[in-house]
Design a protein around this ligand. Structure first.
Ligand code: ATP
Ligand code: MG
Length: 285
């Protein structure tokens, strides 16, 4: 029914119409995107890594590591065998049009804004921080989920309230900060920094705010090697990161952004593929 840059959504047609309408099959492909372009070729095994990581985190967050259970969109149904290792059967939710971003560290667009104005997404941040520094406390910096083809847009908490109502906005913020806190602590035990991440939530049939989409994957999060991190010394760009930085770096060096992006060389594809798998092993997922 829908093909995103990375994932394809299917509605099952093998069950009664009512039941089918309430479930979706989300299939993660090996496609990789950078700077909003889908690149050629894909990264072997990437779809499986994204799916396994999401399933592992959903399970932990549902109660596995002691905190209160975070409801998620998994139905418990087995996906079809042909896509077993890279698909999830989920409840079709009333998705909130908000990308729920939580940042624990100063980097990327947050660092750029901080240098200009001393704020991150409009939130004032203590002066004197440098690229890659830990923020005094994690912050919720929502973005409006733009319709297909448009860029997501950073918004204030007040704008979030206007879009989804005060109750939903406060629930989204509280859940996002809680999930980030628990995930960052779990990652730290494995020698990883969870610098920032993005969640999506939707309301289930009973009106319960439910964690959806993919969670805490290298596509939705920045994971860094904690051993390589030094406050004020190591710029974020040079940190060992477990996301698609390898692909972004190669593309920035070999493409000026005009026309179609060049084909990724085999060596870059192999390094990226290994890096995705390494995160799974490092986390013990
Ligand atoms: P992009 O290509 O920029 O990533 P996208 O996020 O829309 O766009 P994908 O991530 O490939 O594309 O596709 C996943 C889509 O499925 C998202 O639109 C997401 O909001 C939606 N989605 C995830 N979980 C659910 C759910 N439980 N119910 C309904 N929609 C969902
Ligand atoms: Mg997406």
């Amino acid at each position: 029914m829908y093909s995103g840059k990375v994932r394809d959504l299917y509605v099952p047609d093998d069950t009664a119409a009512d039941a089918a309408a309430s479930r979706l099959l989300v299939v993660a492909s090996d496609r990789v995107s950078a700077f909003d372009h889908v690149l050629e070729p894909g990264i072997p095994g990437k779809g499986a890594v994204l799916t396994q990581l999401s399933l592992w985190w959903f399970d932990r967050l549902a109660g596995g590591d002691g905190g209160r259970g975070i409801p998620n969109h998994l139905t418990g149904d087995e996906p079809p065998a042909a896509v077993a290792d890279r698909a999830m059967v989920v409840a079709a939710l009333d998705m909130q049009p908000i990308e729920c971003v939580v940042r624990g560290y100063l980097t990327g667009s947050g660092w750029a804004e901080y240098q200009q104005s001393g704020t991150v997404c409009g939130i004032p941040i203590v002066a004197g921080l440098t690229n890659g520094d830990r923020l005094p406390e994690p912050i919720f910096t929502p973005a409006y989920k733009a319709p297909l083809g448009e860029h997501d847009e950073n918004i204030t908490f007040e704008r979030t309230v206007e879009l989804v109502g005060v109750e939903n906005a406060e629930t989204l913020r509280a859940l996002s900060l809680e999930v980030y806190g628990r995930a960052a602590a779990a990652a730290e035990e494995r020698g990883l920094i969870l610098a920032d991440t993005k969640f999506e939530f939707g309301l289930d049939a009973d009106g319960v705010m439910t964690l959806a989409d993919e969670v805490l994957t290298p596509d939705s999060s920045r994971y860094w090697d904690a051993a390589a991190w030094r406050t004020g010394e190591t710029p974020a760009e040079r940190m060992a990161s477990f996301d698609k930085q390898i692909v972004r770096d190669w593309l920035s060096a070999h493409w000026d952004g005009a026309g179609e992006p060049p084909t990724l060389p085999g060596e870059v594809v192999e390094r990226a593929s290994a890096r995705y798998r390494e995160l799974l092993v490092t986390l013990g997922a």
